[in-house]
Design a protein around this ligand. Structure first.
Ligand code: COI
Length: 357
């Protein structure tokens, strides 16, 4: 598919140097975006890189009422020598199409997904921050724009990609967060949309997050939707628990997200000599393992969250400190190795990087 390049109306919004220490997450956006349309009688058409600007959409569009929407998250990194890379973008392309299948939306050719992002990022390369822990967050998304109120799959979609220079996802940076195990609300059930990256999963999780914040926690850890017994994920992160000789994470059984960072952590932990077990984690067993000091470290993984140490786990009014509550050695090692590969400080022996420049 050919991409038309539309000119910017004036100067770049980027005036001089950004304050890279104050970026936060997803608050500012670059000059340009990608937009492609799909109609049931035409397939994909009109791919264009255009100025970043608001959409003009009919208030009756399906996405506003029935949430037919999917998205992805990946990052571009600028190395100290100016090299720019993406990290495993083909995994995002594959997952995007799995989400599209689940939400009854059209698939996008995976090569186009990756190549068009590479082209957009190349045009916006001056926006990629270089300070420690910063990167350019890439947000591809697809929305249903047919203006009709009957419940149906749209016959018109927008696929778009926007870019945001970001720092750490959690304001606390690479420091332990407090996570509350949610025992009332559920995020996903078998046969539901838990495995898809769709906005509705996040909308329905907000109430638990708000209640957790009031209790002093950063986010919630979801338990399975049937028994409320097995650990699933933390919305923005997959979870790992490190024992003396192994690292444990919940299996991909259909209701949690198949995280790109999750998969990378599994490969890295294995290459560091740790046995990685993908198995059901029963919450009461986990809590007693924490109390007995068998769980040495806990951390979450995600594109936005990278690797985030978890210092405290709360459950039913009790707060348990994991290890010494600080950043564990394995967590630090995995963070350093993963970010070392992403920023070109460590050779990419896994073949994960796609070089743009
Ligand atoms: C990501 O890590 O890219 C995510 O999608 C998590 C999030 C900020 C919703």
């Amino acid at each position: 598919m050919e991409i038309t390049i539309l000119p910017l109306p004036g100067e770049s919004k980027k005036s001089g140097n950004m304050d890279e220490s104050a970026l936060g997450f997803g608050k500012i956006f670059t000059d340009r975006m990608l937009l492609v349309e799909w109609k049931s009688d035409r397939g994909w058409f009109d791919a264009r890189i255009k100025p970043y600007e608001p959409f003009v959409l009919d208030p009756s569009c399906l996405v506003f009422h029935y949430a037919q929407e999917i998205f992805e998250g990946l990052k571009a990194y600028k190395w100290s020598d100016g090299t720019i890379t993406l990290f495993r973008p083909e995994m995002n392309a594959r997952r995007f199409n799995l989400s599209a299948d689940r939400l009854c939306m059209p698939r996008i050719p995976e090569e186009f997904f990756v190549e068009s992002i590479m082209q957009l990022v190349k045009m916006e390369k001056d926006w990629i921050p270089t300070a420690e822990g910063t990167s350019l967050y890439i947000r591809p998304a697809m929305i249903a724009v047919e203006p009709v109120l009957g419940v149906k799959s749209s016959d018109h979609f927008y696929y778009f990609v926007i870019l945001s220079p970001v720092g750490a996802y959690y304001a606390s940076g690479f420091n332990p967060v407090k996570i509350l195990v949610e025992d009332r609300y559920v995020r996903a059930t078998p046969g539901g949309t838990g495995e898809a990256k769709t906005g509705g999963n996040y909308a329905s999780s907000l109430i638990a997050g708000v209640e957790a914040k009031k209790k002093g926690f950063h986010q919630v850890l979801w338990l399975d939707g049937v028994h409320h017994r097995y650990v699933e994920e933390v919305g923005a992160m997959n979870m790992f628990f490190a024992y003396e000789d192994c690292v444990v994470t919940a299996p991909l059984a259909g209701s949690i997200l198949n995280g790109v960072t999750r998969d990378s952590v599994i490969c890295l932990a294995d290459s560091l000599g740790f046995r990685v077990e993908e198995r059901p984690i029963e919450i009461n067993q986990l809590l007693s393992d924490i109390k007995e000091g068998k769980v040495k470290e806990a951390f979450g993984s995600g594109t936005a969250a990278v690797i985030t140490p978890v210092g405290i786990l709360g459950y039913k009014g009790e707060s348990l400190t994991i290890g010494d509550g600080g950043v564990g050695r394995l967590t630090r090692k995995l963070y350093d190795t993963l970010t070392g590969i992403q920023y070109g400080r460590i050779p990419d022996t896994f073949g994960w990087l796609r070089k743009i420049v």
